[in-house]
Design a binder for this molecule. Structure first.
Ligand code: P53
Length: 478
């Protein structure tokens, strides 16, 4: 087995899917608090104000807010040495444009970070995981307004300074490449669907403004990488890319080319900017042709160059097939739009399980960037069953993870520089895609239903002891 000594093993979470306590401790509303529940066939809705009779999963989430001490102890029992979490921006700057942070919000994270460290974990912090304060959405339409760069930088400066001696690993934005798709404009970039200046006459998408907003977020990310290094030169700051690995469905050269373009425009573009510090020509030309290339201020090129990341981190759940053949079969409910691969099985949510694709992806990324990497999300969403005797026998999850850990091992054997692995949702939490509770990833079961009812009691699944043994043996005992 090839994992290096000190390899980081743990789990990953996001505040809006996990924390709850949405109105406690002076916290302001975030965009995630206005997203309703849904399911594999029903998209989540965004409501501009909170509707009385509607259930919003982020408000309580799994109530880590009131369970953090015991939840963190459970992670410690599995011997995690890293824990990925996000800070809720609106807990620190409730409206987003204040000059002074909310001390109660900072004190909440003081406690969390200290508990993690006491339980043997180094924190890995995402500054923005699918959320932005609603104040910034309403007043500025998020990153479409250049002034929001400074607000993000102020927020980052506040937390990076406060935790400079306790936190080494930081990620600027979660899966920022969703900003290249019309799905990313609200959660990541904060563009207000009610903004008539962006969406006149009932228009629901505005590519030109979206790429301008994404550009501002890329500038903000680069500024924060530079700032972080000034605050503590030992900081390791990463990009975080939704790595949808794709294959051509057939050897027809037109499919090969189509796949290449999907890979570059959706999967690689944002990471290319964050690693290399400039826009790649394939994207510049593509956007200019569509009149969607963003306005660069005089200093932007230099900012992007000065703020390149130290590590490449990404999520990996599945792969998809790409073809020009519109009649090719799709996978059920898969929001990514790729086609079905006849060699792979899918989860209930249509995500095609592909461990070999993880080895392939790590080799591809090593070759492209030569940077240290971390797989910061991976896992299997499954409708687990809590038996009457309080057990959950999740052998399917153990199988999924075993195969993906073997795939990482193979990549490391082949020369990939892998720093760590934080599987998604070590404790069951709210699904980002569907807002359901039913799509569970954890080693720890949370007794809660899709509508938020349930005791919130925590139960260890069979995979709990299995993962502990994996960590204790540094990936040898699978
Ligand atoms: P859920 C789609 C495709 C790949 C990753 O997703 C994705 C998504 C968004 O649904 O997001 C990441 O909960 C994201 C997490 C999210 C996790 O994948 O839809 O960073 O917030 O929960 C799993 O099953």
């Amino acid at each position: 087995m090839a994992f290096k000594t000190g390899f980081l093993w743990g789990g990953a979470t996001a505040a809006n899917q996990f924390e709850g306590g949405y109105s406690e401790g002076g916290r302001g509303l975030s965009v995630a608090d206005l997203k309703t529940g849904g399911d594999v066939n029903t998209p989540r809705r965004f409501t501009s104000t909170i509707e009385k009779e509607t259930y919003y999963p982020s408000h309580q989430a799994i109530d880590f807010y009131h369970h953090h001490k015991t939840d963190i102890e459970l992670f410690g029992q599995m011997n995690f040495n890293v824990f990925r979490m996000s800070i809720s921006w609106s807990r620190i700057f409730p409206q987003g444009d204040e000059l002074v942070p909310n001390e109660a919000g900072l004190q909440f994270y003081d406690a969390i970070i200290d508990e993690l460290i006491e339980n043997g974990m180094t924190p890995l912090i995402t500054l923005s995981h699918f959320e932005i304060p609603m104040g910034l959405v309403e007043k500025y339409s998020g990153f479409s307004d250049r002034r929001v760069i400074d607000m993000y930088v102020r927020y980052a400066q506040t937390v990076m300074t406060r935790y400079k001696d306790k936190v080494t690993y930081w990620l600027t934005f979660n899966e920022m490449n969703f900003g290249t798709m019309d799905r990313g404009e609200l959660t990541t970039l904060g563009m207000n669907p009610k903004d008539e200046a962006i969406y006149p006459n009932g228009q629901t998408e505005n590519e030109k403004v979206r790429f301008q907003a994404l550009h501002h977020a890329l500038v903000a990310s680069a500024k924060v990488v530079k700032l972080g290094h000034d605050i503590n030169p030992d900081f390791k700051i990463g990009c975080m890319i939704c790595h949808i690995t794709s294959y051509p469905l057939t050897p027809n050269p037109v499919d090969i080319l189509e796949q290449k373009e999907f890979d570059l425009r959706f999967t690689k573009f944002v990471g290319d900017v964050q690693v290399r510090g400039e826009y790649p020509s394939y994207m510049t030309v593509y956007l200019k042709k569509k009149d969607s290339f963003p306005v660069f201020e005089a200093e932007d090129a230099a900012i992007l160059k000065a703020g390149t990341v130290d590590m490449y981190t990404f999520s990996y759940y599945m792969s998809v097939c790409i073809t020009l053949d519109e009649t090719a079969a799709e996978t059920n409910g898969n929001l990514m739009g790729g086609k079905a691969n006849p060699y792979l099985e899918s989860s209930e949510w249509g995500w095609q399980i592909d461990p070999t694709g993880l080895t392939y992806t790590l080799l591809d990324l090593q070759d492209r960037y030569g940077l240290p990497m971390m797989v910061v999300e991976n896992g299997l969403g499954f409708a687990d069953e809590l038996r009457t005797d309080g057990t959950i026998i999740d052998d399917y999850r153990i199988d999924y993870m075993r195969q993906h850990i073997c795939a990482m091992d193979e990549a490391v054997e082949k020369g990939v520089d892998l720093l760590g692995y934080t599987m998604w949702g070590p404790i069951d939490l709210i699904s980002a895609g569907t807002g359901e509770m039913k799509k569970r990833y954890g080693f720890i079961y949370v007794d809660m239903n899709n509508d938020g009812t349930g005791s919130l009691k925590r139960y260890k699944k069979k995979s709990f002891d299995w993962y502990k043994q994996v960590i204790t043996s540094n990936g040898r005992d699978l």
